[in-house]
Write a protein that binds this ligand. Structure first.
Ligand code: XMP
Length: 182
């Protein structure tokens, strides 16, 4: 697996520091908005956000709930965008709750837009989005999320939960792969 790595974009220490800072900011915002513990629900989009979520929630001192959703946007070995499919139920009873959607990477924005629009229909009290990475595509409009870990170049990345053909999620660093591994 190590021999498939082309370069390390963010190593585990840099990621840990950034996730710590993101968690602190989210915790502070929740506290300053005096949001009741029982009303906070994090909605991670599977599977890519699992490692990020696991680290992020341990920086939140609030009492939170987690309701997962599964969206498939990259099929099999492809690294280019395909049609989206919702693969799970959206958590119910989000009405009146303070919801934070958590995703690994904001690329075309379709995944976040789909999940945001479906959750909005449940009338949450507030709805925020948190992504570990946002891809910056030269000339394309800047996509927004409320909390963003890193702005990255338009490259396919794996590790820290992100996959290629469902492999590499267990790499502790965020890396690009050698062309012959793709
Ligand atoms: P969109 O285009 O909907 O894409 O914003 C978001 C989802 O696409 C996947 N994605 C990637 N997965 N390396 C990956 O492992 C990448 O560089 C990459 N870019 C997009 C990912 O599932 C994300 O949630």
């Amino acid at each position: 697996m190590q021999s498939d790595i082309e370069k390390i974009l963010y190593d585990r220490n840099v990621i840990a520091q950034r996730v710590h800072d993101l968690g602190a900011k989210i915790a502070q915002d929740l506290q300053s908005n005096q949001i009741d513990a029982a009303e906070i629900v994090l909605v991670p989009i599977l599977t890519g956000s699992i490692v990020f979520l696991a680290d992020l929630i341990r920086h939140l001192p609030q009492k939170i709930r987690i309701g997962v959703v599964s969206v498939r946007s990259y099929h099999g070995k492809s690294t280019s965008s395909k049609d989206l499919a919702l693969r799970s139920e959206i958590p119910q009873s989000l009405a009146g709750k303070h919801v934070i959607i958590v995703d690994d990477i904001l690329d075309t924005g379709k995944t976040l837009a789909l999940v945001t629009s479906i959750i909005s229909e449940q009338n949450p009290a507030s709805l925020k989005t948190c992504v570990l990475m946002r891809k910056r595509i030269p000339g394309a409009p800047e996509l927004q999320a409320d909390y963003i870990g890193f702005d990255i170049p338009d490259e396919f990345v794996v590790g820290y939960g992100l996959d290629y053909d469902d492999y590499y999620r267990n790499l502790p660093d965020i890396v690009t792969l050698r062309p012959d591994a793709l």
